[in-house]
Design a protein around this ligand. Structure first.
Ligand code: DGL
Length: 269
């Protein structure tokens, strides 16, 4: 386990949360609840969004470069890659390049298969995440005795961005993306869906309404928060709370509805 003592020299541990956009906020909200005294910096690589539809090699290079800049600018003690696409694709390379400890976000296939009663689950992620060998290796390793349908959605991350920015999104657009998760075959229906993109928990309420039958939607964020709290357990709890900060690689000013939504997550812009 990495030693996180006194890396920054200040009492409050500095935690960098990284995603291609606003999806990582679903991880951030759990991590800040677990360790509210930490100094949080959220970096959204919105200039590169969406990651999920891009060719892997160029994307790895981009993630490594953006992360290098973020580490130089913010000097984190710990980085949470709050993006399944970036984690499944680039975590190994990031750990090779940088000495800062990384916590990744990868599809929660093991707990989903363990809790499924029908032994039929779906993994709903970006096209990149569900097609990557990393995800297929998780399925081979942890899904024995369970049927897994991987569903790569080209649009849901953008839909989540629109919704958080206050734009209307039609039910039919969401229903079409989640539809392939629902399989009813051999007398067994999908009963568990792994949310394998951090944007998707922003849409869980709509998923519940639009699902053809009730299922459990697995959000890995609480498990990630527990892992972060565990890694930081030797860092004393800082007395003063520092407000979290958010940076967009595009340098854009968030439009007012998005700024208001970010305010609900604790950011003041
Ligand atoms: N939030 C990201 C994930 O968890 C992906 C969104 C995108 O396509 O950029 O995979």
């Amino acid at each position: 386990m990495p030693n996180l003592n006194n890396r920054s020299g200040s009492a409050a541990p500095a935690v960098l949360i990284f995603d291609s956009g606003v999806g990582g906020l679903t991880v951030f909200r759990e991590v800040i609840a677990a360790r509210p005294d930490a100094r949080f910096v959220y970096v959204a690589d919105d200039a590169g969004f969406p990651y999920g539809n891009q060719p892997p090699d160029a994307l790895i290079q981009r993630i490594v470069a953006v992360m290098g800049d973020a580490i130089a600018a913010h000097k984190p003690d710990l980085i949470v890659v709050a993006c399944n696409t970036a984690s499944t694709l680039a975590l190994a390379e990031l750990r090779k390049r940088y000495t800062v400890p990384f916590v990744g976000t990868v599809p929660a296939i093991k707990p989903a298969c363990a809790q499924s009663k029908s032994k039929r689950i779906a993994v709903l992620g970006t096209k990149a995440t569900v097609s990557l060998e990393y995800t297929h290796a998780l399925i081979r390793e942890f899904a024995a005795g369970c049927d897994v349908v991987p569903v790569g959605s080209p649009k849901l991350a953008s839909i989540a961005e629109l919704q958080l920015s206050g734009m209307p999104v039609a039910d039919g657009d969401i229903a079409a993306e989640i539809g392939p998760c629902f399989v009813d075959a051999d007398g067994r229906k999908t009963d568990t869906v792994v949310l394998a993109c951090t944007h998707y928990p922003l849409l869980t309420e709509r998923f519940r309404k639009l699902a053809p039958w009730p299922v459990d939607w697995i959000d890995p964020a609480p498990a990630i928060a527990r892992r972060v709290a565990d890694l930081l357990r030797d860092r004393e709890v800082a007395a003063d709370k520092v407000p979290p900060r958010i940076f967009f690689t595009s340098g854009r000013e968030p439009p007012p509805p998005l700024a208001a939504a970010l305010g609900h997550f604790g950011f003041s812009l």
